[in-house]
Design a protein. Structure first.
Length: 204
């Protein structure tokens, strides 16, 4: 797959995850190794960790926490979402126990205050998360971010997974092989409409 295709067709996969096909630890480790090459603010680099959850008993305990917050999120924000997105999200919530692997991207620290610190903190994790999503896609796997439990129940998940209180769970990915290899570019606004030149609001 050429790079432009990879970059434009890596979607959030929820309904097309193969729930019955295990993800080989070696394949996942290769993807994590690639994702580690992503940029990270130097001050935070030493505190980055991946936590991989593939144990069924642990997933059985994790799933209800994510599901409860996910349902709350759909009750609150669902009305504004397209029907397809809502159905896709609800499907994911229904099968959480069967997701082959979860990957939690963690960073040591509890950032507060200064905008520059906050943006460097969270911004140090998402490049690696997206690189992981791309590396997975290039190997026939798909993923989606599941952040529901971060709205109030991050500590419950931390206790379950043994994550120390000073470590922030920035992002969690649900990962599995995909049941199709065909993904298309998503709907996005025209780049000409959202790109300004030299002055805010001045399009080409
Ligand atoms: C910071 C962040 C948090 C997200 N949280 C969730 C989530 O909790 N549940 C979910 O289904 N998708 C989540 N997503 C995925 C977005 O919903 C998805 O990227 C968006 O709908 C665009 O769809 P696409 O990725 O298929 O292009 C999240 C994405 C980002 C960047």
């Amino acid at each position: 797959m050429d790079t432009d295709t990879l970059l434009t067709t890596t979607r959030s996969v929820r309904r097309k995850l193969d729930l019955d096909r295990p993800v080989e630890p070696d394949v996942l480790a290769d993807c994590l190794r690639i994702a580690q090459q992503a940029p990270i603010a130097g001050a935070f680099a030493a505190g980055f960790r991946w936590l991989v959850v593939d144990d069924r008993a642990t997933k059985d305990q994790l799933a209800p926490i994510i599901r409860a917050d996910g349902e709350k999120s759909f009750d609150t924000y669902g009305a504004g979402l397209p029907e397809r997105t809502l159905a896709s999200g609800r499907h994911l919530l229904a099968v959480l126990e069967r997701i082959p692997v979860y990957v939690v991207a963690c960073l040591t620290g509890r950032p507060t205050g200064e905008h520059a610190v906050l943006t460097a903190f969270y911004g140090s994790v998402y490049p690696a998360v997206w690189s992981l999503q791309l590396a997975l896609r290039s190997r026939g796997l798909g993923s989606t971010i599941v952040g529901y439990h971060l709205a109030g129940h991050e500590a419950d998940v931390a206790r379950l997974l043994g994550i120390p209180p000073e470590v922030t769970q920035v992002s969690m990915l649900a990962v599995g092989y995909t049941t199709t290899g065909t993904f298309r570019p998503g709907a996005r606004p025209a780049v000409e409409d959202i790109t300004y030149y030299n002055r805010w609001g001045t399009t080409a």
